[in-house]
Ligand binder design. Structure first.
Ligand code: GLN
Length: 304
């Protein structure tokens, strides 16, 4: 039997000794106000037990982690259309890179770079009567947690400085790959990115990807084939131009956000979320990656 609790305590201890904690994202001004020393981990071992260490019950900005959740809702609603409008190839470029989108005629490389997530946001704007409420409702259902909400200050802050995302949305629109108007889609996109959750809540939300589409309450939200495919995209595209490095070091499908969160999972085995706000040069949590590398090394649990 693996002693998960003491492994997580060891990781917390080892990580606390690392001096260079990376840099907190500041291109969204509101994200600057985060304590760089915060660190939390929450693990759910399927059909077994849960373990949390550190600040695992503190809410933070999930940012791009939500791209997996909007994708799940979009494929659940409208399976066929999604893959005509977004590809499933790694981009090898930063999350907000523009050039590739023009070269590839407005078809984003994958749903986890910003252009792809903005197309998914557009699909949800078309599909849901009230996208902000509908998406929040989905998150509250899969987590069975009514306390989860958007952070309106973060959404407003990103909107004020979201020039690159406006450029991306306008480029998508010029290629006919945005059905709704730019402002409406981006208002929803900024809102989804502002979703504030704890490590515990993120782990609970991602349970369905490790559990063949069934959430913690055993309700089926996406098919097991859809879960398999989303996990594949997390492995190949979840960390932008660091997806190879994450597979190399950690060896799990996962997704990061510039709020410093990372969620990763081993299908049928576990879901783990970690939060450390300092980012590396590629925009992924520096210590979060190290913590997960330690976790899969110490437990010898990875997909490889
Ligand atoms: N909201 C952020 C943006 O669009 C999300 C980026 C991220 O978390 N990687 O720039």
């Amino acid at each position: 039997m693996i002693d998960f609790k003491s492994i997580l305590e060891d990781i917390k201890q080892q990580i606390s000794l690392v001096e260079d904690k990376g840099n907190v994202a500041d291109y969204i001004p509101e994200l600057k106000n985060v304590n760089k020393n915060a660190f939390g981990v929450y693990l759910n071992v399927l059909k077994n037990d849960n373990f949390g260490v550190g600040d695992y019950q503190t809410k933070f900005s999930t940012q791009s982690i939500t791209k997996v959740l909007t994708l799940a809702l979009a494929v659940a609603k409208k399976t066929d259309d999604v893959w005509k409008r977004v590809d499933v190839e790694p981009s090898g470029n930063p999350f907000n890179f523009l050039t590739l989108l023009e070269v590839e005629n407005g078809i984003p490389r994958n749903p986890f770079i910003n252009s792809g997530a903005i197309v998914i946001a557009d699909i949800l704007v078309s599909e849901l009567e009230n996208p902000k409420e509908g998406f929040l409702d989905f998150i509250r259902q899969i987590t069975n947690d009514q306390s989860i909400d958007y952070d309106y200050k973060v959404a407003a802050s990103e909107k004020e400085t979201g020039f690159k995302n406006y450029a991306i949305a306008n480029l998508l629109k010029s290629f006919g790959n945005l059905k709704n108007d730019v402002d409406t889609v981006l208002d929803f996109y900024f809102m989804q990115c502002s979703l504030a959750m704890t490590c515990e809540q993120i782990t609970n939300a991602f349970y369905l990807f490790a559990n063949k589409g069934k959430c913690l309450q055993d309700k089926l939200h996406i098919t097991s084939s859809q879960a398999k495919r989303i996990n594949a995209i997390m492995l190949t595209c979840g960390f932008y131009d660091e997806a190879g490095e994450f597979a190399f070091e950690v060896g799990l499908p996962g997704k990061s956000g510039v709020g410093g969160g990372i969620v990763a999972l081993l299908p049928n085995k576990f879901v783990i979320s970690v939060w450390s706000p300092g980012l590396n040069k590629k925009g992924n949590s520096k210590l979060g990656m190290q913590a997960l590398e330690l976790f899969t090394s110490k437990t010898e649990l990875s997909i490889f």
